[in-house]
Design a binder for this molecule. Structure first.
Ligand code: GLV
Ligand code: MN
Ligand code: MN
Length: 422
């Protein structure tokens, strides 16, 4: 058996181990039968301690910072060297998939465990970060874990409340964290030589092209809003159509405009993912509705121009329908480019393992877009199965692709040099 055959067989074992662990991690869910794990719930705390014990078994020193990131450090031989950081998030959307996030934590843990078995060390330390929160589900504030590390955590979100009225601050304290120590979680420019995140693609491109892996060029920017519409509640049977101030009809017209506007530019996407009618009933004209709006594009100018048009249209629709409105921007992020020297290194690693390089943008947001504020950032995408579906229980990927991604990730690390080539 050649060394390459032996390596491939080892990585095949790692691929299966990663998939098994993803299943184990998925058992930490708020709701039996679905994958829901939001920030600081019992399921989330259970997942954090499971990840910590895997990190420690893999030979890493484990710590938890004040926001709840679990960080495993595999020490290097050069004490002065900056960190090679990798990781992803372990929170999920409600009724989402098992792979979105955990792959990028469990894959590097498996590779570190392998290096540890072989007694292999690098000049630089490797830190695997299990980011505690990326999706923004429970407290309507995303990317909490990476923001704490990048030093851009907005402390006003500690007062955000969940659906039960619990503040983020209260949830952190009940879980044993100390929000007054958040600043200590921050790292500085220079601490991290590079950040590489492995993540499922969450789309169909690699699947349709029959490729296991892709190198991300940039992460799309996004603008998110909550729109509250106030009309007049009334009797569904008695008020003539022309006399209504119906918030659902206004919201529907706004949603359809968003669809039409976003169809005008390739790469521009718009989503109304929440549409609530508080106290609504089948026989009452809805006097109050609340909807979310999420607009994204690879190019910031395209996104901004769509947002301007959508705001103007919201004004005009609400004026015409006699609806009062309040539009609150909940999140805005510019598009972030991946470091070209890291893209190049990833491509070289792919080529050494028989993959033709393929570059593609990421429409989804990732922790890497925040870490890019303090370190050069790159992402390796792994093919999804099942049409590329994600944020859906049908999300899937294969053990073979987990193995291939581990090989390429390991190759990248083994050939990593902390300085950008000139
Ligand atoms: C995260 O999954 C996002 O892109 O919303
Ligand atoms: Mn994700
Ligand atoms: Mn996600």
């Amino acid at each position: 058996m050649t060394k390459t055959d032996r390596d491939t067989r080892n990585y095949s074992v790692l691929g299966h181990e990663i998939m098994t662990r993803i299943e184990t991690l998925a058992s930490h869910t708020e709701q039996e039968g679905e994958m829901t794990r939001t920030y600081m719930t019992a399921a989330h705390r259970g997942a954090a301690s499971q990840i910590a014990s895997w990190m420690s078994e893999a030979g890493m020193a484990v710590r938890e910072d004040a926001v709840g990131n679990v960080i495993g450090r595999y020490e290097g031989t050069d004490p002065g060297s900056a960190i090679l950081m990798t990781g992803s998030h372990f929170d999920t959307v409600r009724d989402g998939g098992k792979y979105d996030g955990p792959l990028g934590i469990l894959l590097p843990i498996a590779c570190v465990a392998e290096w540890n078995r072989q007694g292999k060390r690098f000049p630089f330390p490797i830190e695997v970060v299990a980011f505690c929160e990326e999706e923004g589900v429970r407290f309507k504030a995303p990317l909490l874990g990476s923001r704490a590390i990048a030093g851009s955590f907005d402390k006003s979100v500690l007062e955000n409340v969940d659906d039960q009225g619990v503040t983020m601050r209260e949830a952190m304290i009940s879980a044993g964290l100390d929000p007054t120590q958040l600043d200590a979680a921050a790292m500085s420019k220079g601490d991290i030589a590079a950040y590489l995140e492995v993540h499922i693609e969450q789309g169909p491109v690699l699947l349709e092209e029959n490729r296991g892996l892709g190198v991300v060029t940039a992460i799309s920017g996004s603008s998110r809003f909550m729109l509250e519409l106030q009309g007049v509640a009334g009797h569904a049977g008695t008020v003539p159509m022309a006399s209504r101030n119906d918030t659902v009809m206004a919201g529907a017209e706004i949603a359809l405009y968003i669809e039409k506007r976003c169809n005008e530019s390739p790469g521009l996407v718009g989503t109304v993912g929440q549409f609530n009618v508080p106290n609504g009933a089948g026989n009452v004209i809805p006097g109050h509705a609340v909807m979310s709006i999420d607009i994204r594009a690879g190019e910031d100018s395209i996104r901004r121009s769509a947002v301007d048009d959508i705001q103007a249209e919201i004004d005009s629709i609400c004026t015409r329908r006699g609806i009062r409105k309040s539009l609150e921007k909940t999140y805005e992020a510019a598009s972030v480019a991946c470091a070209s020297w890291l893209q190049q290194s990833l491509e070289e690693s792919m080529e050494r393992h028989g993959c033709t390089p393929r570059r593609l943008p990421s429409g989804a947001g990732h922790d890497g877009m925040i870490i890019a504020d303090i370190a050069p950032m790159a992402m390796l995408f792994v093919r999804c199965g099942n049409g590329g579906i994600s944020h859906n229980p049908g999300e899937t990927m294969s053990a073979e692709d987990a193995a291939l991604a581990s090989q390429v990730f390991a190759d990248f690390v083994e050939n990593f040099s902390a300085t950008e080539p000139v």
